[in-house]
Design a binder for this molecule. Sequence first.
Ligand code: PGA
Ligand code: ZN
Length: 423
Amino acid sequence: MSTIKNIHAYEIIDSKGNPTIEARLTLDNDSYVITSVPGAIFQSTKEAVDLRDEDPNRFTGMGVSHAVSYVNDLIAPKIKGASVHKQLEIDMWLSQADGTRNKSRLGVNTILTVSQLLVKAAALSEQAPLFKYINKLYQSIYKEEIPLEKIPTPIFNTINGGAHANSTIDFQEFQIIPSSSFTFGTAYQKAVEIFFELKKVLEYRNATTAVGEEGGFSPNLTTNLDALEILTETITQKKMRCGLDIFLGIDMAASHYYKNGQYLIKDKNHPLNKNEYIDFLSSVIQNYSILALEDPFAEDDWDSWKKFSGHISSNIYVIGDENIRMSKDRLGYVIRENACTSFLIKPNQIGTITEVLELVNIARRSNLTYIVAARSSETNDSFIADLAVGIQSEFVKFGAPTRGERVSKYNRLWQIERDELGK
Ligand code: PGA
Ligand code: ZN
């Protein structure tokens, strides 16, 4: 049985230029694993807390040296010598040692680093691919087998707006979703080809081709519908069929344009009340090949969430992100009230991998689909790609098909498809 010889954490810089934690776990036979965790920058009070130094003289307060020292000086000495197969016990001990509802004492960055290290180390000690080990871990806890059948369908970010870009449009992400009938390799290739064509279409229209937080273009368009028009035109130009080969998705992140009970978007010259806004969404679904709408409503506008999810076609995924933020309580509410049909899995909004698997189990028992998603501040670690395959996530959402921190995860999925799945 492999035991922990040493854990050593240190600061690295994430894709937005802020510090985050990377750490190495060395096993008793001197083999080792390395992991790093994403950061949370626009952090809501509703999600687990990243511990930041708040020292204005270092990295404008965003340093994580305290979190690093918690890993090295507080946690590592306590679990040295422990078996790497004690995931459940160590994860539970981490949560208890923190003792808060939102991981604010030790920090979710501290806790997730240790939890991910353990998963990777246990996979290494069994000489199992990470996704297979995660799949087995889930089965051993919940006594439910999840057959490893597919690579999750990718949702690619292509145009950024809202809080993720310096652009004029309100919605945060305009996405392309290749048909689930394609292999991952084919889907990836089509996404890259569309992405390059999109650049040409934007240039032709004299729109800017600067990029946003997740690598998508952030053009100076007049309305949100312009972005959907341009994507449809681009897909057609590449001789692909909208609604058959390629679908569209939008992460609307609607809390950002919801004020005083109304939705204010560039497409309309007056704020929309809730009914008018739902009518607008219905017309978007009718006119474009939409497969998924994430956060179409503000996080607390539950009336609209329930009304919309209950009435629209079951072919559309209504995805909750900001209204759930990996909270078990809010997930329970969403399930009871039928407020979404799918939700995002972001491990650094909750803490340990054991807690992530618990939410997966709750979702599976309720037939709610789940989507493993990257954060806007990422590292090059591809852990969540293996997580997504291991729990057979319906989709994955890792950002644009460009930029290292995005393609490290897509490339890992491609590698699993090529070399490992089914073997
Ligand atoms: P975040 O964005 O990492 O800034 O939360 C990603 C998303 O909204 O899905
Ligand atoms: Zn989102």
